[in-house]
Design a protein around this ligand. Sequence first.
Ligand code: PLP
Length: 403
Amino acid sequence: MTKQDKSFQADAGLGKALDLLRQPTAQQQPLPKSLTAQGIGEEAALSLLAPYVFGEASYLDSPTALAHMDPPTPWITWATSLWNARLNQNLLHPATAPFARQAEEIVMAWLAPWFGMQGGHMCSGSTLANLTALWAARDAGKVDQIIASTSAHISIAKAANILGLPYKQVATNAMGQIDPAKVSELGDLSNACLVLTAGTTATGVIDNLALVGKAKWTHIDAAWAGPLCLSEKYAGLLAGMELADSVAVSAHKWLFQPKDSALVMFRQLELANLAISFGGGYLAAPNIGVQGSRGAAAISLLATLLAWGKGGLAQRIEQTMSMSHTLAEALQQETDVILLAMPTTGVTVFRPTNISTEQLYQRLPAGMLSTCIVEGEDWLRSVAANPMADMDKIIDAIRKALP
Ligand SMILES: Cc1ncc(COP(=O)(O)O)c(C=O)c1O
């Protein structure tokens, strides 16, 4: 006889979950101190948790949120995330994700050409995307060392460590771009993987992409700024990327996707896939990449691309770029502020001259700005990832916080 367990069926409580999402109110009640013998039921559990989950969240869509490479997500992805949780597809097996695997193929076929790549797969973040690309560089590209700048993300150092490859870091200019002269000084790169960053974590600058192709394998860590290639206005900033061997992009950054969502893409897909595939006896299709079981992040990305089109996505990226320019121009007017440089990819870095960076940071609303270190000095940093930001409010708050 079929078992009926209401916990696994669509229930009226789902409506309650949506009500709590729309109107997250109510007082926090204490959470049990330890695992209780009896549960309180789904609806009561949601009511108990909502004041914590919603009450103590950092709201990335707040009018003053402009601090991190973490965007708010469009509501269509809230819906697809719910669908994904209900279906719990596993992209590891064709049988457990018939449409979800297709969705990923569609998303890749639509996006990869804009990055100059043949295709690839999704994974849970650019840390993994970078590791996967460098694994392909080692085993398909036969490289025996990794070179990146001192501004490269820590995930490159982690990948080199995991892969057992020597890691050399090259000096940058004051903005954090790799110094091409220092790369030349390294001499023979015919067995090296050169990692260039498109949108460094601290200052958002793009390494000189004329360096693409100077080593045996070039990987571009475009975790942050990669999506600029979808904007006609800004794609030129990434000219040369199409000659790279691999590209990593975090979809949960400037593609406005819920975590965990990233793309690793290759110019010669088959060559790369051969090196990073394992086909255990129990698998109907080879397991490509680092992760085994993984979810259907592609469905949320596909839904967003369908809803917005390339134009809608580009419009939001351009809108956030213009927010960073507005902020930088306003900061240029302030006599007691040093602007590091005009932002290239929506990251604005500045510091006050008459109080410390930390003091100014403390005077601003939480979630408005973050901090970073550039050439040993503390700076304030804004990342324009929030299309809902109110620039007048943000600029006004900074002006008021300055002594
Ligand atoms: C340039 C760069 N690469 C890689 C990463 C790691 O990405 P993720 O957090 O998606 O693992 C980040 C994260 O901020 C980044 O800025």
